[in-house]
Design a protein around this ligand. Structure first.
Ligand code: SF4
Length: 315
């Protein structure tokens, strides 16, 4: 029977998600509904549903957006081809790409211009990977696993660099990089890690919490890469872990033989969901709720200029 609930810290919203969600809110204030958003603004079902109720319309591609409308690009970023399509349709683009994703795009452009082959470490089909690949499609080779790193064959071996998706497992990525370095000793690294501060801090917090709990719940949606990685990190640390969208997904059978439960949330999950899960445990008699200290975060990103001033810039 659960006696103790331990909250990881830091958890939940990162600066890029705060900025992206606020961008849609400000666009709705400035322009009224509907505001079109290409893809989910962040990978969280609750956030998306809430914004939909307020007038956001989520589409899979800019071809679905009526000509002349506003369209917000999600936190995961877009390829130049998507920007071009939006311009071609006369859409007014509001770019909510996280600045830390934009940094990886800039690295891809830079190295491709210099003739490098880029090993992009990431997950096929993830929007961020599609966007980064789109910056230098002829120069990029996707590497998803250490096994792929063992077999990837670049067209040349003089100029090689690796870049990564921002929300990967730090440990799995280190393993892939070790393989690439062994096979290609001259492979270069980005100046500063591409895995972002929020991903790193949340994974470190999970590593600390697994030493103190019997089971970990991670609040996040199925398509949230960084949330899934928190589950992976806990399981790699020997603790049973489950990804839940909210308290309705907790199976009480999981808790039968458990005394301490850890709780964390992915970078796209709002704190209100953590409060709901804490309430769920309190209703079941768990009165010992504590928080483990972790890294202090004070990262803040300015809103896109299109929603700072009134009026948007035509792409
Ligand atoms: Fe930006 Fe990292 Fe948040 Fe992604 S997880 S939006 S890269 S800060």
């Amino acid at each position: 029977m659960v006696k103790r609930l331990v909250l990881a810290s830091p958890r939940g919203y990162c600066a890029g998600v705060e900025r992206a969600v606020e961008t849609v809110e400000r666009a709705l204030e400035l322009h009224g509904a509907p505001v079109y958003v290409r893809k989910q603004i962040v990978h969280n079902a609750h956030v998306v549903r809430d914004l939909e109720r307020r007038g956001a319309v989520f589409v899979d591609n800019v071809g679905e957006v009526p000509r002349g409308s506003n369209v917000v690009f999600s936190a995961h970023g877009v390829s130049p081809a998507v920007r071009h399509s939006a311009r071609f349709r006369g859409l007014r683009a509001i770019d909510a790409t996280c600045p830390l994703v934009s940094k990886v795009h800039a690295e891809a452009r830079h190295f491709a211009r210099l003739g490098y082959t880029i090993f992009l470490i990431g997950h096929a089909g993830h929007e961020e990977v599609d966007g980064t690949t789109g910056e230098a499609p002829q120069s990029t080779l996707l590497v998803e696993t250490a096994e792929q790193a063992e077999t990837v064959v670049p067209p040349q071996t003089d100029k090689l660099v690796y870049l990564t998706q921002t929300t990967l497992s730090v440990d799995d990525t280190d393993e892939i990089v070790r393989v690439l370095r062994r096979r290609f000793p001259a492979v270069e690294a980005p100046k500063k890690d591409d895995i972002c501060y929020a991903t790193t801090n949340r994974q470190r917090a999970v590593k600390r919490i697994v030493a103190a709990v019997d089971l970990l719940l991670v609040i996040g949606s199925r398509n949230s890469s960084n949330s899934n990685r928190l589950v992976d990190v806990a399981r790699a640390g020997g603790v049973v872990a489950y990804l839940i969208d909210d308290e309705s997904e907790i199976d009480e059978a999981w808790l039968d033989v458990v005394e301490s439960v850890g709780l964390t949330s992915g970078a796209s999950a709002p704190e209100s969901l953590v409060r709901r899960v804490v309430g769920w445990f309190r209703e079941r008699g768990v009165s010992q709720v504590e928080s483990l200290d972790g890294a202090f975060e004070d990262v803040f990103f300015k809103l896109p200029r299109e929603v700072r001033a009134d009026g948007v810039t035509r792409t």
